[in-house]
Write a protein that binds this ligand. Structure first.
Ligand code: S3P
Length: 182
């Protein structure tokens, strides 16, 4: 597939290449992927769910039992496995862009969309969720801002397009993405 081919083929409907959603934890990747998949008539895949199914453990349990590198290995395997399937909307875990090989595989097989948000927005969205081991315990604004800053370059390098999600509904974001990739 050429990098210039649009991800969506209006004549056929649906997707002709994968659509990857990347971005920080709490950027809304999973929810937006659900909306996008419905609007495009495409399958939706959550990479974390694939890892959980393969490992037979949920994300906090995986991080409790293993080093982060173990999780990253499973994440790269899961990514390779979903890429081999029919074109789908694939929501990636927030750290998926940390490995060059993952970024190269995504860019070769589809369009990479970065969902961005301010640290304040992310904090508000995830402050009451306890399922992010890398933000151990109660996430703070400071911790989120520092980690976002560490990852900023990786996100920006990995993406084809960026959509700001602050103050927008998942449906609005999905419509905006479709407008950008058509
Ligand atoms: C991670 C993000 C999580 C999950 C794991 C690690 C990260 O996914 O893959 O906890 O390193 O940013 P979400 O971005 O869906 O929360």
């Amino acid at each position: 597939m050429s990098r210039n081919d649009p991800a969506v083929d209006p004549a056929r409907g649906g997707l002709r290449a994968h659509l990857f959603l990347i971005g920080f934890m709490g950027a809304g990747k999973t929810t937006v992927a659900r909306h996008l998949a419905a609007l495009l008539g495409a399958a939706e895949i959550e990479l974390d769910e694939e890892i959980v199914r393969e490992c037979g453990k949920n994300i906090p349990e995986i991080f409790e039992a293993h080093e982060e590198a173990y999780f990253r290995d499973r994440e790269s395997e899961a990514l390779r496995s979903v890429i081999a399937r029919e074109p789908a909307v694939i929501s990636c875990g927030g750290g998926c862009v940390l490995r060059e090989e993952n970024v190269a595989a995504m860019r070769e097989s589809g369009t990479v969309v970065l969902l961005s948000a301010t640290a304040e927005t992310i904090y508000e969205r995830i402050k009451n969720q306890g399922n992010r081991p890398l933000l151990a315990g109660q996430p703070t604004r400071e911790k989120i801002a520092a980690m976002m800053e560490e990852r900023r370059a990786a996100y920006e390098k990995a993406c084809d397009v960026t959509v700001s999600t602050d103050g927008k509904s998942p449906g609005q974001i999905a419509e905006e993405i479709i407008g950008m990739i058509r």
